[in-house]
Design a protein around this ligand. Structure first.
Ligand SMILES: Nc1ncnc2c1ncn2[C@@H]1O[C@H](COP(=O)(O)OP(=O)(O)OP(=O)(O)O)[C@@H](O)[C@H]1O
Ligand SMILES: [Mg+2]
Length: 451
């Protein structure tokens, strides 16, 4: 039975779907919506359940206060019978909320979080980001570290999913937790509510003061993190060269990568400790103030013992929740930073695309015409200057030249791994830039130096 339920939630968001456009927009909001829009019903469900859960939790704290009052004001001797006569239905209702409603709501929330969003949505973002990035030009990969690109693609899924989860939790926190706490406390004494408002305002001030820097730190740390991953992956992939020539030299290179990463990480984690200390100081002051005031109200005789217990439990809950809120806000900004870092790479337009009316290459004889080709790797000079070459069908031609002469470059241009800077390359009279890349490469056999 549970297996079927798990499977249903797991199949809700299919990670390998193909949207109309694979390239996400450049703006943060556009980028988020590009992916979130593909799972909007699941996120909507998360939003709804996310609202009910804190309401039920707030109810539990209310029940504590009620139970204390019911026991305290029980007429006659202490017995289950007297208790049942005084408040039987209410107690049954409380038990039902705790046993049934709460279990269902928390269970649903967990299913959407753990079965739908985490496996489905996170990997939808990663898969689609990969699908777009993998179609980037040869040049795109030549100019970056593979490990760095991979880290950014992978992190995009995590950051987008976590961001949405934190965002929904924060929205509900603001609405449900703050409002219920205020309403419940104000019901006892307005002055208690004022203290709570002061607390929340001070919290907001602290959040505004500390959080924007976290986004910046997170972006820098993400960049440094993908850089170090890039260096490590690069050194492992070139392990033969390293073993032959410069194992120690490369470890110095990796070590300096760690230093750069730590230089980005340390100010970030200092900032996090600062936020935690500031928050703890604030909550310490506020808990003490509210506790003193509640006792004062009890001394005055204006609230019951149950109300003091209830107020204190609400205050402790508020304290816990504000801590969690700060963690979530922190998470949002952290993930925004990571997302911006990934987005800059993932949302880049394809550097080399098929012409709009590209046809399949049809090879009849295999004649290659290279006409007046210029190619300088964008540097304006060098490599290939005005190259002409004709290879007739059936002919075997060897290109001979010193290392760095441009032999591989010319072969890559025939494969259209780069676009020419000037000139033309035809295969059986068809311009290589006008046929589909897939048909071109499918028709050319290549054995590279490395294989
Ligand atoms: N991605 C690149 N970006 C910029 N310059 C490059 C790039 N790839 C190669 N070059 C430069 O272009 C020139 C030609 O390189 P190419 O690899 O085509 O030479 P080659 O003739 O195949 O040499 P080898 O015999 O060593 O294989 C070299 O100076 C090289 O440094
Ligand atoms: Mg070569």
């Amino acid at each position: 039975m549970m297996i079927a339920v798990y499977r249903w939630f797991e199949n809700w968001v299919y990670p390998f779907r193909e949207p109309a456009g694979l390239r996400p927009p450049v703006s943060v909001r556009g980028f988020l919506w590009h992916y979130v829009g593909q799972a909007k019903v699941a996120f909507f469900a998360m939003l709804v359940i996310g609202g009910i859960a804190p309401l039920v939790e707030a109810g539990l704290f209310y029940f504590v206060g009620r139970l204390v009052d019911i026991l305290d004001q029980l007429p006659g001797e202490r017995s289950w019978d007297a208790l049942w006569t005084a408040a039987g239905p209410e107690l049954v209702f409380m038990a039902a909320v705790v046993l049934v409603l709460r279990t269902i709501v928390v269970g649903l929330a967990a299913l959407v979080d753990e079965q739908t969003i985490t496996p489905g949505f996170y990997n939808l973002v990663r898969w689609q980001a990969h699908r777009h990035v993998s179609r980037q030009s040869y040049d795109f990969f030549q100019n970056d570290f593979a490990g760095r690109i991979a880290t950014k693609v992978w992190q995009a899924g995590q950051a987008t999913g976590d961001l949405m989860q934190s965002f929904i939790e924060v929205v509900w926190f603001m609405v449900v937790y703050t409002v219920t706490t205020l309403v419940l406390v104000a019901g006892l004494d307005l002055r208690l509510a004022v203290l709570v408002v002061i607390w929340i305002t001070a919290f907001g001030w602290l959040a505004r003061r500390y959080l924007p820097a976290i986004r910046k730190h997170a972006e820098q740390t993400a960049e440094a993190g993908s850089m170090i991953t890039g260096r490590i992956v690069d050194s492992y992939s070139n392990v033969q060269t390293l073993k032959l020539f410069s194992a120690d030299g490369d470890d110095r290179y990796i070590r300096s990568g760690f230093d750069i990463y730590l230089d980005a990480l340390r100010p970030f984690t200092r900032r996090l400790t600062g936020v935690r200390m500031a928050l703890t100081t604030l909550s310490g002051i506020m808990i003490t103030a509210i506790a003193c005031f509640a006792v004062y109200l009890w001394v005055e005789g204006s609230i019951t013992v149950g109300a003091v217990a209830f107020t204190l439990s609400l205050v402790l809950r508020l304290n816990m929740l504000l801590g969690r809120l700060m963690m979530q806000l922190n998470g949002i900004l952290r993930n925004l930073g990571v997302l911006e870092n990934s987005k800059a790479l993932i949302s880049q337009p394809l550097g080399l695309t098929d012409a709009p009316d590209a046809k399949e290459l049809v090879v009849t004889g295999g004649r290659i015409d290279v006409k007046n080709v210029e190619f300088h790797y964008g540097k304006g000079f060098g490599v290939l200057n005005g190259i002409d070459l004709v290879v007739r069908p059936g002919e075997k031609v060897g290109l001979v030249g010193p290392s760095g002469a441009g032999k591989t470059t010319l072969a890559n241009l025939i494969l259209r791994l780069y676009d020419l800077e000037a000139g033309k390359i035809n295969i059986d009279g068809q311009d290589v830039s006008k046929v589909t890349q897939n048909s071109l490469r499918a028709n050319i056999g290549v054995v590279s130096q490395d294989t």
